[in-house]
Write a protein that binds this ligand. Structure first.
Ligand SMILES: Cc1ncc(COP(=O)(O)O)c(C=O)c1O
Length: 371
């Protein structure tokens, strides 16, 4: 048996004809930038999120950057985020000229430690960016109360968490702004790069929307300098086909996670992700912590099972952040996680048989090797 980590072809198969029709519709329209498809996608996504303001953009990295710029964040400012995330979260901060300030993980989750956020706040701190990593929501009541107490902007990085809920509310609708990625393997994946931003305050939202389109509203009325970061009409049309399926797909991911939980529960060497109270995760990834991780990857590979590591190095250990002088030992929880974590095949099309096979292979690895 071959078990793919993510099988985009299989995921798209049931909607293939609709996708083809949508692409042809845009090609025939000769309207490739902005226009009806983009406007409709933004409206449909806003309705699905239960919010008013959604602005699409070229990718989530740009979306985070645009949000921080629209908040007036720049040189001399500090922005706090987790050390265990895609580099995009930190990059967006640095690109504004602000200083990125990292926090370690919470003790029992892959999300950032909110106690540490509070300790790292200085007079220069302007914002913090909790990341709903792997589709698990951050404890938003606490995050919001920290932001309120210290007068900080709160930007939710929802790149991996489209549809995840905290106390019944979808992530991206609770902070000052929320940022989504449509990278192809994301829960709502596009067919190339893409992203979207939400913002609660109308004037902040207007600035973000203008920022990603050269600082303008009218065609030649540039109120300030921005950038070119727009969602292509063809991406919008294709995402419009995917969006109505997202809740069902996320339900499928929860089914896969529950089956993994069940299949792995008796393997004492494997630690699975906990679901924190009041949250409904969407399992962008299903991540386990396990000893002898690299040998296990090899064993799974030999059995035809693909797996991944998200992420092999916490950001403080990346060459890009050497100037911070935060070597090994600076963020022990994240560093431990990076050395022991493994992402198992995850999407709504992973079958019960495949999950059984993956769990049996892991069990076999630990029993055979008497580890
Ligand atoms: C947590 C997180 N934030 C931001 C991004 C950036 O997304 P994009 O690739 O759309 O720029 C990613 C993508 O991998 C991500 O996982």
């Amino acid at each position: 048996m071959k078990v793919r980590f993510v099988d985009l072809n299989k995921m798209h198969e049931p909607i293939k004809e609709e996708l083809h029709n949508a692409a042809i519709r845009v090609i025939d329209s000769a309207n490739y930038i902005g226009g009806t498809e983009v406007e409709l996608f933004e409206k449909e996504m806003a309705r699905w999120l239960g919010t008013e303001n959604v602005c699409s953009c070229g990718c989530a990295t740009d979306g985070l950057f645009a949000v921080l710029k629209a908040m007036g964040i720049g040189p001399g400012d500090e922005v706090i985020t987790t050390v265990h995330t895609a580099i995009a979260t930190a990059e967006a901060i640095t690109l504004t000229g602000a200083q990125v300030v990292f926090c370690d993980l919470a003790e029992d989750s892959f999300n950032l430690d909110l106690d540490q956020v509070e300790k790292k706040i200085t007079t220069r701190t302007r914002a913090f960016i909790p990341v709903h990593l792997y589709g698990h929501p951050v404890e938003m009541d606490r995050a919001l109360s920290i932001a309120k107490k210290y007068g900080l902007f709160l930007v939710e990085d929802c790149a991996q968490a489209q549809g995840a809920k905290y106390k019944g509310k979808k992530v991206g609708t609770m902070g000052d702004a929320g940022v989504f990625s449509f990278f192809p393997s994301k829960n709502l994946g596009g067919f190339g790069d893409g992203g979207a931003v939400t913002a609660r305050d109308a004037s902040l939202f207007r600035k973000i929307k203008m920022f990603v389109n050269h600082g303008r509203e009218g065609k030649f009325d540039h109120e300030f300098e921005g950038m070119n970061s727009r969602l292509d009409a063809i991406q919008a049309a294709l995402l419009r086909v995917c969006l109505p399926n997202l809740d069902t797909w996320n339900e499928g991911r929860r089914r896969v996670a529950a089956e993994y939980d069940e299949g792995l529960k008796d393997i004492s060497q494997v630690r699975t992700s906990k679901v924190i109270p009041d949250t409904e995760p969407v399992y962008h990834l299903y991540v386990i912590i396990t000893p002898h991780r690299d040998a296990l990857i090899k064993h799974l590979q030999d059995n035809g099972i693909e797996s991944g590591i998200h992420y092999p190095r916490s950001l403080n250990l990346q060459p890009a952040y050497q100037h911070l002088n935060q070597g090994r030992g600076s963020y022990p929880r994240a560093e431990y996680a990076c050395d022991h974590m493994l992402s198992l095949p995850m999407s709504h099309v992973v079958t019960r048989e495949e999950i059984k096979f993956v769990c049996e292979s892991i069990s076999e690895f630990y029993s055979k090797n008497d580890r």
